[in-house]
Design a protein around this ligand. Structure first.
Ligand code: SF4
Ligand code: FES
Length: 247
């Protein structure tokens, strides 16, 4: 496949950015989207030009680093991470536009790389449980109902990629936040801090500059882990309970 790429280039957070046009040739449909960008960067290196900066780590759909907006869709046309997106989803001769996540709370570091440390600070604000030190407890000493354990497990698959924020017209991180609140709130181990957790994490979310949820649902559609929208209902229910308790 031969492709034309329109890529956002920006030297640093305060620099003016612009779209740049590139051509790549001999791209195999079996390559991942990131491998296609590797081909581009090898070519730019040979020419002595600055390679395009983009984030990645595991390339296995686990770490959440590979955050690219592809033709206006977070992670591109398939429900998966950019590293698991393959070039067979595109056609020979296609023109593809590649941008970083666009959200005030995710400032651009360089080109396609954004700073997602706001998510880390939300987790630090309350995304943990207290545990006694000492030897590991007996595995079945804290029974968890199967339906709650399965729901906690399903939403714990959130990889913190930020696609939900990038897809949301309000730049809200409510789906991410709801996934964390639900994951910990469904399990017995998460109960002691349940209502202080939701207040602290929502406060940090708002402090970081993420927007509010207006129930549009783009977040869940863009999520590569298919986190359901009802985690936001659980977030709001826990927040209402916490506020009633005067937390
Ligand atoms: S909820 Fe989905 S889109 Fe949002 S950070 Fe988690 S995995 Fe990514
Ligand atoms: S590089 Fe880790 S999820 Fe894509």
């Amino acid at each position: 496949m031969n492709l034309t790429l329109n890529i956002w280039r920006q030297a640093h957070q305060d620099a003016a950015g612009a779209m740049h046009r590139y051509h790549v040739t001999d791209i195999s449909e079996d390559m991942s989207f990131l491998e296609m960008l590797d081909v581009l960067n090898e070519d730019l290196n040979v020419k002595g030009e600055d390679p395009v900066a983009f984030d990645h780590d595991c390339r296995e759909g686990i770490c959440g680093s590979c955050d690219l907006m592809i033709d206006g869709q977070a992670h591109g046309p398939e429900v998966t991470t950019t590293c698991q997106l393959h070039m067979r989803s595109f056609t020979d001769g296609q023109e593809i536009t590649i941008e970083p996540w666009r959200a005030n709370a995710f400032p651009v570091i360089k080109d396609l790389i954004v700073d997602r440390s706001a998510f880390d600070r939300i987790i630090q604000a309350g995304g943990y449980v207290s545990a006694n030190t000492g030897s590991a407890p007996e595995a079945n000493s804290v029974p968890a109902p199967r339906d709650k354990a399965m729901r906690a497990f399903n939403v714990a698959t959130c990889i913190g990629c930020g696609a939900c924020v990038a897809a949301c017209p309000n730049g809200s991180a409510s789906l991410f936040l709801g996934a964390k609140i639900t994951h910990l709130g469904e399990l017995p181990q998460g109960q002691p801090e349940r209502y202080t957790r939701v207040v602290d994490m929502v406060a940090q979310h708002d402090h970081e500059g993420f927007g509010g949820c207006t129930n549009i649902g783009e977040c869940s559609s863009a999520c590569p882990k298919e986190i359901p929208l009802d985690v936001i209902s659980q977030l709001n229910a826990d927040l209402r309970t916490a506020l009633r308790q005067g937390r």
